[in-house]
Design a protein around this ligand. Structure first.
Ligand code: IDP
Ligand code: MG
Length: 147
């Protein structure tokens, strides 16, 4: 019994933390899947699950439920359901902040040079990629798209 906690800790550190990411429809249409995945891997993060699908308006509404009522919400839902996206589970040390760092600020014009949004984003609404903002969001978002 006393070995269970240390075993869990060792197992968790072996696998690292997980976060969730999604390449948005505009970036897929503009052939940036390869460039974006390359940037994630160069940040020493590991993609452990990946699939492509077009999400429904209802899924986009539920996924971005925290933004319901904001002026950009209808446009966001429309945009996210407008074509195929790439859904990914990403793993690594401090995966959530590590991925947010390589993704960059919400507004591509304000994002640090070399980040995914600075390189591949066009505007706040078309900023190439989503990345979970906390481990709680990551767990919820992974469960939303992967079972
Ligand atoms: P984040 O993606 O950097 O976490 P959030 O504030 O959670 O940013 O917003 C979710 C998404 O909603 C953004 O990635 C962006 O595409 C979109 N968004 C946020 N604010 C605006 C806005 O003012 N106009 C248009 N779209 C927006
Ligand atoms: Mg967010």
């Amino acid at each position: 019994m006393k070995y269970i906690l240390p075993l869990l800790l060792v197992t968790a550190s072996l696998f690292g933390d997980q976060t969730f990411s999604m390449i948005k429809p505009t970036a897929v249409k503009e052939h940036h899947i390869g460039g974006i995945i390359d940037a994630i891997e160069k940040a020493n993060l590991t993609i452990v699950a990946l699939k492509m699908q077009t999400i429904s308006k209802e899924q986009a509404e539920a996924f971005y439920g925290e933004h319901k009522g904001k002026p950009f919400y209808p446009e966001l839902v429309q945009m996210m359901s407008s074509g195929p996206v790439v859904l990914m589970v990403v793993e690594g040390d401090n995966a959530v902040p590590a991925l947010r760092k390589v993704v960059g600020s919400t507004d591509p014009k304000k994002a640090d040079a070399g980040t995914i949004r600075a390189t591949f984003g066009k505007s706040v609404g078309e900023n190439a990629i989503h990345a979970s903002d906390s481990s709680e969001s990551a767990a919820r978002e992974i469960a939303f798209f992967f079972n």
